[in-house]
Write a protein that binds this ligand. Structure first.
Ligand SMILES: Cc1ncc(COP(=O)(O)O)c(C=O)c1O
Length: 474
């Protein structure tokens, strides 16, 4: 049992300030209560259902109630948090095969608590040079996975959407400057919608985003890209950005990155690769082979809160040349002390849109240093194995069409009869052992197993496939 020493500071605090400054023993008790909830959550993670009950109106109203002036006990608050946690889709469950999974990571949650508790300011490097060094180290490590070279840099943001936005703005600034009304961005139908959103936020009109044709495997067709660029140039437009996907959300498909890189280089276009889902497969031998060509990208979006399972809120934008990020994001205010800037370590605020920001790197740095990279690589490798297993089994099921061999760990398939596909989805999700989310491809209803949760086992996949077979035989 831990014995907590009493502090002398507490005795000097007024009752009011004591509420916001819990003493040594109170802090320990508060933390113990919170850890109790987490212990239970992680104890149950392996056997947890994939989804829960619906949020009832009474509970929703209670959760939305404003705070009172006098507060209430942590016990009642945590009881509400637990109840709030009973509804929705449970990402920690191994049965979570929908969207892009994220199992979460206990040591990363501790790291986030630690970072929030230390509350150091990582906007300008002078304020927390050590923490800034940790963050730059994580960015450099990620950039080194893709051989991005000595002048590579990047910024840790809240996720893939912000990484894509930061990439679009960097590309726009580097290639078009301030005059971008004729700029054209090339995507495919399967590019994540955050790219279109990013383009709109960055000031582009809808018609400046061009959907390039795809081949049978749903990959961007390089010939179609070249033709589109030629057509746009002919019409007086300014092609400037090609977006390749290193793992689409729909099917996990990787675009032909070497061909796209070649075209981008020849045409003087910026190549941004959205590797938010697929990027960390670079740690594995198979993933490295599939992602070949990504090392030629000008910028890469990659999400530790997908591939490394750290809690939501950690994504990154990597760039080949740091100066492009600085050009797009540099800012100064009279209220900022010059001596706090770039104190031998680049200001993180000069690399992205945020000034005050959470110290997100801690969520990667602590677990990676504690566990080593190996267990993360093994988990990703297991996801690839499971995808192969599911793909093989699905190929043998009568009544299914499995047209796309998985590049990574998303296995997509459709039913000969879309109605049965919808029925299977409803039956599977109602049972709650596994949770699936569908998509639509060429106007057909498509189911998918998105495998990225280290708690997912063959049993989860076999169970889902057994249920699909049952649906098919009626
Ligand atoms: C390929 C891809 N890009 C971007 C995103 C957006 O990432 P975030 O949800 O972290 O903003 C996702 C999310 O699933 C994704 O799969």
């Amino acid at each position: 049992m831990i014995v907590y020493a009493k502090t002398s500071i507490r005795a000097t605090l007024t009752p009011m300030s004591r509420n916001l400054e819990p003493g040594h023993q109170e802090r320990a008790e508060l933390a113990e209560s919170v850890l109790g909830v987490l212990q239970d959550w992680f104890d149950r993670a392996d056997t947890m259902a994939a989804s829960g009950v619906e949020l009832d109106d009474d509970l929703a109203a209670r959760l939305m109630a404003p705070p009172t002036d006098d507060g209430r006990s942590l016990d009642t608050i945590l009881a509400d948090v637990e109840k709030a946690g009973h509804s929705g889709v449970f990402h920690p469950s191994g049965g979570h095969l929908s969207y892009i999974p994220n199992a979460g990571l206990y040591t990363a949650a501790l790291a986030e608590f630690l970072a929030a508790g230390l509350n150091r300011y990582t906007g300008v490097s002078g304020a927390a040079p050590g923490m800034s060094a940790i963050e730059h180290g994580m960015v450099r490590w990620m950039a080194s996975l893709f051989d991005m070279g000595e002048s590579a840099s990047g910024v840790i943001v809240s996720g893939g959407s912000m990484a894509n936005l930061t990439g679009v703005v960097a590309a726009r600034t580097a290639t078009l400057g301030d005059e971008f009304t004729k700029g054209v961005i090339y995507v495919t139908h399967h590019t994540h919608h955050s790219l279109e959103k990013a383009a709109r936020i960055a000031g582009f009109r809808k018609e400046q985003i061009r959907e390039v044709g795809i081949d049978h495997d749903l990959r961007m067709d390089p010939d179609a890209l070249s033709a589109a660029i030629a057509e746009d140039r002919g019409a007086g437009r300014d092609p400037f950005l090609v977006v390749g996907s290193a793992g689409t959300t729909d099917t996990g498909t990787v675009d032909p990155l070497p061909a796209l890189a070649g075209i981008a280089a020849n045409e003087g276009l910026w190549l941004h690769v959205d590797a938010a889902y697929g990027g960390f497969f670079q740690l594995t031998k198979r993933g490295h082979a599939v992602l070949s060509g990504i090392e030629q990208a000008d910028s890469i979006a990659i999400d530790p809160h997908k591939g490394l399972s750290v809690p939501f809120g950690v994504g990154a934008l990597l760039v080949r040349d740091e100066s492009h990020l600085i050009d797009a994001n540099q800012g100064r205010g009279a209220y900022l002390r010059e001596e706090d800037h770039d104190s031998g370590i680049r200001d993180i605020a000069s690399l992205g849109p945020e000034l005050s920001r959470p110290f997100r790197a801690m969520q990667m740095w602590l677990p990676l240093h504690l566990h080593g990279v190996g267990p993360f690589r093994e988990a990703l490798d297991t996801s690839l194995d499971l995808a192969e297993h599911a793909h093989q089994r699905l190929l043998g099921v009568d009544g299914l069409e499995v047209p796309w061999k998985p590049d990574l760990s998303v296995v997509a398939f459709r039913f000969e009869d879309d109605t049965l596909g919808r029925l299977a989805l409803e039956t599977i999700n109602r049972e709650r052992v596994v949770h699936l989310s569908p998509t639509t491809i060429a106007e057909r209803f498509v189911l998918r197993f998105a495998i990225l949760n280290r708690r997912t086992t063959r049993d989860h996949l076999d169970h889902a496939i057994d249920m699909i077979e049952k649906t098919l035989v009626g």
